[in-house]
Design a protein around this ligand. Structure first.
Ligand code: BEZ
Length: 211
């Protein structure tokens, strides 16, 4: 049974390039990104892990721990990490799980048999501090993910977890946000002192409240 938004993220212990990890202990009280890719020593995956490493300070600033999953063994990861560092001008600064027994891939339904019988697809899960699944994205092997978009969604998730707002299409940090329908305009005016712009009774904007 595949995971859905709001489900508890399954915990696991796994061998990684940083030693054995208990997923929940690794996450602590912060946020997490768990993501799989088809295989080591493949070109698109090399760029994805490189880009994630280059964005390391952006993930850290948001209190997000990153963990990659690959069904290849540890010794293969170690050689591949050297290639990623060299070709992508970075230092991979997050662990990569050696999921040779497919335990994590199975728990998170990362193998889609109609895409490949053995390789994981490009699955990505954002996990909240409550260990619930907040975002699920699935890309095919042929398309590398946009990790700036992942950070953008995390900005939205972290904002909307604490304020009665939602973020509009293509929103980025700092732009106006939408007041959720469950808040009346009368209450919104009290709740959002920076101002409420009513475009339609159901479409109301306010400046981002946590700035
Ligand atoms: C890649 O990561 O480059 C890749 C992996 C499997 C199929 C196609 C591309």
């Amino acid at each position: 049974m595949s995971l859905r938004l709001g489900d508890a993220a399954p915990n696991f212990k796994a061998q990684t390039t940083a030693g054995e990890i208990d997923f929940y202990e690794y996450l602590g009280n912060g946020w997490g990104v768990l993501f799989s890719h088809p295989a080591d020593y493949t070109p698109v995956c090399t760029t994805e892990l490189g880009k994630t490493a280059l964005l390391g300070s952006e993930f850290a600033r948001r209190n997000v721990k990153v963990l990659a999953v690959s069904v290849d063994p540890l010794d293969k990861h170690e050689g591949w990490v050297k290639d990623i560092n060299e070709t992508q001008n970075t230092t991979v600064n997050f662990p990569i799980i050696a999921d040779a027994d497919r335990n994590v891939a199975t728990l998170y339904d990362m193998i889609h048999p109609n895409a490949s019988a053995t390789a994981t697809v490009r699955s990505l899960f954002v996990i909240g501090p409550d260990k619930a699944v907040k975002l699920i994205i699935t890309y095919p092997a042929s398309t590398g993910r946009n990790f700036t978009e992942v950070l953008r969604v995390i900005d939205s998730l972290q904002l909307t977890a604490n304020h009665s707002v939602a973020t509009p299409a293509n929103w980025t940090h700092g732009e106006d946000v939408i007041i959720v329908p469950s808040v009346s305009t009368e209450d919104a005016i009290k709740k959002f002192p920076k101002g409420v712009k009513v475009v339609k009774p159901y479409l109301r904007y306010t400046p981002q409240p946590d700035l």
